[in-house]
Design a protein around this ligand. Structure first.
Ligand SMILES: [Zn+2]
Length: 441
């Protein structure tokens, strides 16, 4: 039996490269896809389910291009020593936390942000996981959380040499196994990338092995790249080359590779990224929080590099991240800089990046998968195609997501979750596990 949902009377932002605002339109969902988009008056007859979108705006579900579900357990953790540098933040907080994550903790720390993502209309997330003392099978625990919440996610395990040879080997294997599994499964909910931490914790030998596996499996890589200048200093000291040059040397770049951050890349490195077809993921709130600098995304965009937007686990609210991206471009340059680059990163490039792994996401278009969000919005000024991004950044970003749909399934309606999960119990269990993790901190 086909399942139809009619969303009627909405202003619809189509998304995509030539995004348009369609007024008084309705969108018909049939099963998992968008069947028809037309003026509301063209839809007659009864539909099994109708959503009235008056007082709202319909958008493609948001995509988060760089996330760490496991960071959930850091929330409220006041025990980490104050850090003066980015490397100290890793040593004092993240590399202590990840070592204490069990498989159960990996599952719970994923469910929490995934449920929150539903609340914020974020429907696809590219995750980067670390749990060095419980590596094997960790990705399938996260997969369970993703499937339970009905969202889409591309998963990877971050290989690093920082915990010794055995952990490196286990990390490589976890990626290989999960990539094979996701390929065989071949659905549009779970994809796999090959995860690497960052070049400064990876030896030549490990990069070589990872590259060989990646090539064999035709997989892209998800890696932190020149997030802080320490990455460049270490690379120049030990390898006598720049970070992007080293990644190129080992065959890590390519059209399926995600380079998170790229705050400290020079012009030559941008050219290499462009040539390779790799995508850059900008994470402005994390960069501000870690005081590592502001990425030159306007120059990257000018060169034709696909620059997407991630949150690096600071939030799952993509509109909050978009605003931060814009403020930081203003602060770095001047208030005329970055408007289109930041808006396009979220609304155009993230979809293009996701579609390197998934199928037909990120646009409200006939034949595309029905991943949609209805945001509350009564525009107080004229709302048109030309000024939509202004409304998005300054107005819609301050509204609530009302309804979230993924693959034609309503996950939240009227701000009520319809996941069939016991949220209170999940939070209770998560807090219990987090307390155990913290005890050993
Ligand atoms: Zn990250």
């Amino acid at each position: 039996m086909t399942k139809n949902i009619l969303i009627k009377n909405a202003p619809v932002w189509t998304g995509g490269k030539n995004g348009k605002l369609l007024k008084n339109h309705s969108v018909l969902i049939e099963d998992d896809k968008i069947k028809k988009i037309a003026p509301s008056k063209n839809f007659r007859g009864k539909f099994p389910k109708t959503l009235d979108a008056s007082g709202k705006v319909l958008l493609p579900g948001f995509i988060n291009a760089h996330m760490h579900f496991y960071s959930t357990f850091a929330r409220g953790l006041g025990k980490a020593k104050p850090s003066m540098t980015f490397v100290e933040i890793l040593e004092n907080l993240w590399w202590k936390l990840d070592k204490r994550l069990t498989k159960e903790a990996s599952y719970y720390s994923a469910v929490i942000p995934l449920v929150n993502a539903v609340r914020k209309g974020t429907t696809t997330l590219m995750d980067h996981h670390a749990s060095p003392f419980h590596i094997t099978g960790s990705l399938s625990r996260i997969e369970k959380a993703v499937r339970e919440t009905g969202l889409r996610s591309a998963l990877c395990y971050e290989v690093s040499d920082r915990d010794g040879k055995e952990k490196t080997a286990e990390g490589l294997k976890e990626n290989v196994e999960f990539i094979k599994y996701a390929k065989a499964k071949n659905d549009n909910f779970i994809k796999a990338l090959f995860g690497l931490h960052a070049q400064f914790t990876l030896s030549d030998d490990t990069l070589e092995k990872a590259a060989a596996y990646g090539k064999d499996l035709a997989s892209g890589f998800h890696i932190h790249c020149a997030e802080s200048n320490d990455d460049q200093i270490k690379c120049e000291t030990f390898s006598k080359m720049r970070v992007v040059e080293r990644l190129k040397k080992f065959g890590i770049l390519g059209p399926k590779t995600l380079l998170a951050h790229c705050v400290h890349v020079n012009d030559g490195e941008m050219e290499l990224i462009k040539e390779s077809g790799s995508a850059v993921v900008h994470n402005p709130q994390s960069n501000a929080n870690n005081a590592v600098g502001v990425a030159n995304i306007t120059e990257m965009a000018k060169k034709g590099i696909p620059v997407g937007l991630g949150t690096d686990a600071m939030t799952v609210n993509m509109l909050e991240e978009l605003r931060s991206a814009l403020w930081l471009q203003h602060l770095k340059n001047n208030p005329s800089v970055g408007f289109m680059e930041t808006a396009n990163a979220l609304m155009v490039n993230n979809a293009a990046i996701a579609n390197r792994y998934f199928e037909k996401l990120g646009e409200i278009k006939e034949g595309f998968f029905a991943d949609l969000v209805l945001m509350d919005y009564h525009p107080p000024t004229p709302l048109e195609t030309e000024n939509f991004y202004g409304h998005l950044i300054f107005g819609i970003s301050q509204s609530e997501a009302d309804t979230t749909i993924v693959n034609g399934r309503i996950l939240m309606e009227g701000k009520k979750l319809k996941l069939g999960l016991d949220e209170e119990e999940i939070s209770r269990k998560s807090a219990e596990l987090a307390a155990k993790v913290w005890k050993e901190f």
